[in-house]
Design a binder for this molecule. Structure first.
Ligand code: ADP
Length: 417
């Protein structure tokens, strides 16, 4: 059977930003799928690629077996439609006119709407509870009313695949559930394939039989809601603690931000020295600052992303010249900063010969009886010629250093006052 959607090794992005990285997906006709992932994961970019707005730099995107960029516009409109978060309409078109635009590909540019077109528009207005606002200009409506009009336009278009890009986020609870039920009905009764981006994990779990979790432009989990929404995968991707509970009777999943997130100010009086580079330490620097820890960092290179973050947060940092290996002077400066720290933290930094000397600071901290915390996955970030970093980090672990997965995992391990 031909898949409704087939992506094969798709790489796509914008001029300076590669986003999707070799993404492959197969979606059967009639599936209803929640697309999840943190901001910037590539969810909207995936929709742009699917709807033919963005052409991949490599790989293929097929809808019903046909490459999307080879489809004539009218066929594409009959096949796929996006319900966006917002629709900018500079002309004061009424809701009814906007919904009729959903029929353009069926009507053709030089014909007038048929009875069938009018019926579909009417039905879309009724389904979305938009008959009362049909004569009002779209740009005078509230966010929720506008959203219902946009959903109505897509319903009138009558596509076989609907992509919903956080399409219910402006709606109040009642209308949100109504639109979700409507989409579910289209999916169940008419076999319309639905992909919906949602930040509401619970709604996504409730209405989808399959969830796809994206992070950094790749699929990190793909399966049933209970297989995808695990505490571990959510923590890894969203970098925060959550509790997932599955009701044994209904099978319903509830997701709560975990209560063990530290209170602001809980790190007061504790000094942590951080070692990072290239942006890998950003989340650690930000979260520990918010919790009130006193931070120092380095050695980092001038102009490095972590150095910029540390500078913006007012963190004292030992700095080396741009692109230069760590010098003895810079290491001494970092030593002075680290000397007063209660603990040292090694962020998930890639190691080369130029920054290996930072590990001296961790050796010295352990020798002085201070706790040392090391981000997991260091084995995959060692670019030194003889895997010197791996050998040195393993020695640190043997001497008592502790591994952590991410900043949410790290904070409970840190010393307290
Ligand atoms: P998501 O929908 O998961 O939040 P997006 O697909 O919107 O993620 O964005 C992925 C990355 O692409 C982000 O880093 C974003 O800043 C970037 N991006 C999105 N749209 C554009 C654009 N038009 N031009 C340049 N970069 C973009």
């Amino acid at each position: 059977m031909t898949n409704a959607i087939q992506l094969h090794q798709v790489t796509a992005g914008y001029r300076d930003t590669p986003v999707l990285q070799g993404l492959s997906l197969e979606i059967e006709a009639g599936e209803m799928i929640g697309i999840l992932g943190p901001n910037g994961a590539g969810k909207s970019t995936l929709f742009s690629v699917l709807s033919g707005l963005l052409r991949p730099s490599s790989g293929t995107v097929k809808l019903n077996g046909i490459e999307v960029h080879r489809m004539p516009p009218a066929e594409r409109a009959r096949t796929i439609a996006v319900v966006p978060q917002e629709l900018d309409v500079p002309v004061p078109y009424t809701v009814e006119e906007i919904v009729m635009m959903g029929r353009i590909s069926a009507i053709g540019r030089f014909s007038s709407p048929s009875d069938e077109d009018r019926l579909r528009v009417e039905r879309a207005l009724v389904y979305t509870d938009a008959t009362d606002i049909r004569h009002r200009p779209l740009n005078e409506l509230s966010g929720g009313e506008r959203q219902r009009a946009i959903v109505a336009m897509v319903l009138a278009q009558d596509p076989r695949i609907i992509l919903m890009d956080e399409a219910t986020s402006h709606l109040d609870l009642n209308h949100r559930l109504e639109i979700m039920q409507l989409v579910e009905r289209l999916n169940r009764d008419d076999g319309v394939t639905v992909l919906m981006i949602s930040h509401d994990l619970q709604i996504a779990a409730e209405f989808s039989r399959r969830l796809i979790l994206l992070d950094h432009g790749t699929v990190v989990a793909d399966g049933t809601p209970s297989a995808v929404l695990t505490e571990d995968s959510l923590r890894r991707v969203y970098h925060c603690d959550v509790r997932v509970h599955q009701d044994p009777h209904s099978g319903g999943i509830s997701i709560l931000a975990a209560p063990r997130l530290p209170a602001p100010g809980s790190g007061k009086g504790i000094h942590i020295h951080t070692l990072g580079g290239g942006g890998c330490g950003e989340a650690i620097l930000r979260r520990l600052t918010l919790c009130g820890y006193t931070l120092t960092s380095g050695v980092l290179n001038h102009g490095d992303k972590d150095a910029e973050v540390a500078g913006a947060l007012g963190t004292s940092t030992a700095l080396e010249k741009p692109f230069c290996p760590i010098s003895r002077e810079a290491l001494d400066e970092a030593r002075k900063l680290a000397r007063n720290a209660h603990a040292l933290v090694l962020a998930p930094v890639p190691f080369g010969s130029g920054n290996l000397a930072n590990l001296d600071l961790l050796d010295e901290a352990l020798a002085a009886g201070k706790p040392v915390f090391i981000a997991t996955g260091f084995e995959n970030r060692d670019y030194t010629r003889n895997r010197d970093a791996v050998a040195r980090v393993q020695a640190l672990l043997t001497r008592g250093a502790t591994l952590f997965q991410d900043v949410a995992d790290l904070i409970p391990l840190l010393p307290t006052c």
